[in-house]
Design a protein around this ligand. Structure first.
Ligand code: PEP
Ligand code: MG
Length: 752
């Protein structure tokens, strides 16, 4: 691949330009070096730094150098005199930003250095054409061409255009495009700068035609890409996917709800106003606690009712007249509900149901009635689920769950996902008014819920269910095949293991490797550390279960959050910020050395990688590597580190010389980046999903790694097929996930 060098007076400017260009290459790796500024803040250019950057960027296919102005050009010329093979280097007069983007797309798709330089030099063509408002007119008809429409809201702007160019360049064909709506001329689809001159806006019609061996296939690919908005998510799609989609899958069945034992008011006389008032206060406190847990505006009205002065005054007056608490509460709330019933506005009328629901809840608490249960099979409709309720749902009986409250990151949503039950959350309180037994169809992937669907609607849900079933079966049928993206990039999909049993499951599910073996499983829950021999036996067993595929052993990740009984940790106020991961191993060198010896011994017999958890500084990594070297030689042993501390992510470039790979632990990286403890259920809105700040760190790590160091992700996010495309675009080349998810993640890679 042709290397690129960015010469610029400002280092931040050069880095930003590289970041922008990298976004355009659809995750294809680039060989790009920056020689800019005298340091992070001082403007200037340095010929020696440029010559070094050229040497670093050159993988044998030559280098194209982009410069800003003035001394940048002079320094670059001087640098040419210092490099070994100046003939392989082209200094291009291209504009820095536009030229770099065009060059990056061309280089990433395999163009030679002359083509890359030409693309870069044409970098302004799109802008010129746009501002002149005129592409050359070509009246020739569309004979032999296929017409398609641009659906992207912002037209064929840089990112979708880059996707188009990259795709076209993958075929043995000369493909051309023209804008039929504006009547412009034909331009080569392999040139980003020329595609930009099409000025293709949303709803414009474009013609595509091709020549050469793969022409028909290339044209089909372009049309297919346009149908998928060139991989861009449209605002509509984002909206459609957004709030309710909680757990993918189709659920069809009769509406069910928690079965509550019938409520009859016991005929027990009052034990005095004060006592009855105390009973009521306790019940109100219980319900208040339950409702607050729902964290939803839907239930705020319910909460308000519990503190309603008028209502409570009425109840108090009734208690003073010697009514027992259940009767007083029941009568007072019935009056309020009846007042709502009398209103003409349908929205306000519906509030009567709210009043009755909360009144009911308080009565149950007052009467200490048992928790509700679900009877029968079907789709469960409920206000929300406690974690215990969600965990108790049986996937064989519950075809789906629809919750009035909650978000996709709520505990209930996550639990339905792990249990494989399709679910829609945040559906609104009206779902609680649907009569029992009504047929419900839901799509947990889109958030759609239909009550009493018509036959054609039901048929579409059944069709989707069938397709998903087929998809799952297909994924399993292809589980053992390699995962290759549509652009031809092979992605290793490995499994995260915490036992020998997991290794067997991983093998059955077609894992390409074990991307993370959490070796602590061997060290916890016992009274003394495992011996070297014991460790060797288990590591060997894992390697054998995986049939000789590479296993990545992570050294012991202990600390006061995962304490070892035989090495009791000191009390720490914040175990996650304490002596954990590699810090713990370095603090207990004898234990660490023993593990490293076991690892080296097995690495002599089987393909193996070793990685260190929670690395924060280069110095720690160097110490670990020294200890590894002392443990002995194992040719072929790959050495890596987990990137799960933001400091390590931000300084990734400094770790590059000391590792063969990075493995990003998104679980901890998210926790530390967002200052949100990973196990805290109240912080799921922060910790579930890929936060943009974490995505930025992942991008940064991939850029720092370049071609020199492989980047893997082994945190839970690697198993989220909505996140996989983003990771691949960033440049991640290996994913390691729960063993059962391997087939589906491979499919997500293939679809990218
Ligand atoms: C991570 O932090 O993302 C990770 C994979 O490690 P663990 O979950 O074992 O901390
Ligand atoms: Mg971790």
């Amino acid at each position: 691949m042709v290397g690129l060098v960015v010469v610029c007076h400002s280092r931040p400017l050069a880095r930003a330009a590289v970041a922008l260009a990298s976004e355009m290459t659809q995750g294809q790796p680039l060989s790009v070096e920056v020689a800019a500024g005298l340091d992070d803040t001082t403007f200037g250019t340095d010929a020696v730094a440029i010559s070094e950057a050229i040497a670093a960027a050159d993988n044998g296919d030559g280098v194209v150098v982009l410069m800003d102005l003035g001394s940048a050009v002079l320094s670059a010329e001087l640098a040419l005199e210092m490099v070994d093979e100046p003939d392989r280097v082209i200094l291009t007069p291209a504009p820095l930003v536009e030229g770099l983007i065009a060059a990056a797309v061309a280089a990433a798709s395999g163009a030679d250095r002359h083509e890359v330089a030409e693309e870069a030099a044409n970098g302004l063509a799109g802008k010129i054409s746009h501002l002149d408002g005129a592409a050359a007119s070509d009246k020739s008809d569309a004979d032999g061409a296929t017409r398609f429409t641009i659906h992207n809201p912002h037209g064929l702007h840089a990112r979708p255009a880059a996707r188009l160019v990259t795709t076209v360049r993958g075929f043995d064909a000369r493909v051309e495009l023209r804008n039929a709506t504006t009547g412009g001329g034909w331009v080569p689809a392999s040139s980003l700068t020329r595609v930009a001159t099409l000025g293709a806006l949303q709803n414009h019609e474009l013609d595509v035609r091709g020549e050469g061996r793969d022409a028909a296939e290339a044209v089909r690919a372009v049309v297919a890409l346009s149908a998928s908005c060139f991989g861009e998510t449209t605002a509509d799609e984002a909206d459609r996917r957004h709030p309710g989609a909680a757990s993918p899958g189709i659920g069809i069945g009769p509406a069910l709800r928690f079965h509550e034992s019938p409520l009859t008011l016991p005929d027990v006389p009052s034990r005095g106003a004060a006592h009855e008032w105390g009973r009521l206060q306790n019940a109100l406190a219980d319900v208040r606690r339950d409702l607050s847990r729902l964290h939803s505006p839907i239930f705020d009205a319910h909460l308000l009712l519990l503190d309603d002065d008028d209502l409570l005054a009425d109840v108090r007056a009734r208690l003073d007249r010697d009514e027992p608490a259940p009767q007083a509460w029941s009568a007072a709330t019935a009056l309020i509900a009846a007042r709502f019933d009398e209103l003409t506005d349908p929205y306000l009328q519906a509030r009567a149901a709210d009043v009755r629901a909360v009144a009911h809840q308080v009565l149950r608490a007052l009467l200490e009635l048992p928790a509700p249960t679900v009877d029968g099979d079907g789709v469960l409709l409920a206000a929300d689920l406690t974690p215990a309720e969600a965990a108790a749902l049986e996937p064989k009986r519950i075809a789906g769950v629809v919750l009035a409250s909650g978000s996709p990151t709520s505990h209930a949503a996550i639990l339905t996902r792990t249990r494989g039950i399709p679910a829609v959350v945040g559906a609104g309180p009206h779902i609680l008014d649907i009569p029992d037994g009504t047929l419900i169809a839901l799509d947990g992937g889109t958030g759609e819920v239909v009550a009493d669907p018509s036959d054609p609607v039901l048929a579409t849900f059944r069709e989707r269910a069938e397709k998903q079933h087929v998809r799952r079966n297909e994924a399993h049928a292809r589980a053992a095949d390699p995962a290759v993206t549509a652009a031809g990039v092979r992605i290793e999909v490995g499994a995260n293991l915490g036992s020998v049993e997991d290794a067997r499951t991983a093998a059955v599910n077609g894992a390409d490797l074990a991307g993370l073996v959490r070796t602590e499983f061997l060290f916890l829950d016992r009274t003394e550390a495992p011996t070297t021999d014991e460790q060797v036996a288990v590591y060997r067993e894992i390697a054998e279960a995986l049939g000789g595929r590479r296993i990545t052993l992570r050294t012991l990740d202990a600390g006061s959050d995962k304490p070892l009984p035989y090495l009791p940790p000191p009390a720490e106020a914040n175990p996650f910020l304490g002596v954990r991961g590699l810090r713990h191993s370095l603090a207990h060198p004898a234990l660490f050395a023993e593990q490293l010896r076991a690892i080296v011994q097995v690495a002599r017999e089987t393909p193996m990688s070793v990685m260190f958890p929670m690395v924060t500084t280069v110095d720690e990594l160097k110490q670990a590597r020294e200890m590894l070297a002392e443990a002995g030689d194992a040719p072929g042993l790959q050495v890596g580190m987990m990137v799960e501390v933001p400091a390590a992510a931000l300084r990734a470039a400094e770790f590059v010389p000391y590792v063969d790979f990075f493995s990003i632990g998104t679980n901890d990286l998210t926790q530390y980046t967002l200052a949100a403890e990973r196990g805290n259920p109240d912080l799921l809105s922060l910790t579930a999903g890929l936060d943009p700040a974490v995505a930025d760190l992942i991008d940064h790590v991939c850029r720092a790694a370049g071609d020199r160091v492989l980047v893997a992700v082994c945190g839970e996010l690697a198993g989220d097929d909505a996140v996989v495309p983003r990771l691949l675009t960033a440049g991640v080349r290996e994913l390691s996930v729960a063993p059962g998810l391997v087939p589906l993640v491979k499919q997500a890679v293939r679809a990218h």
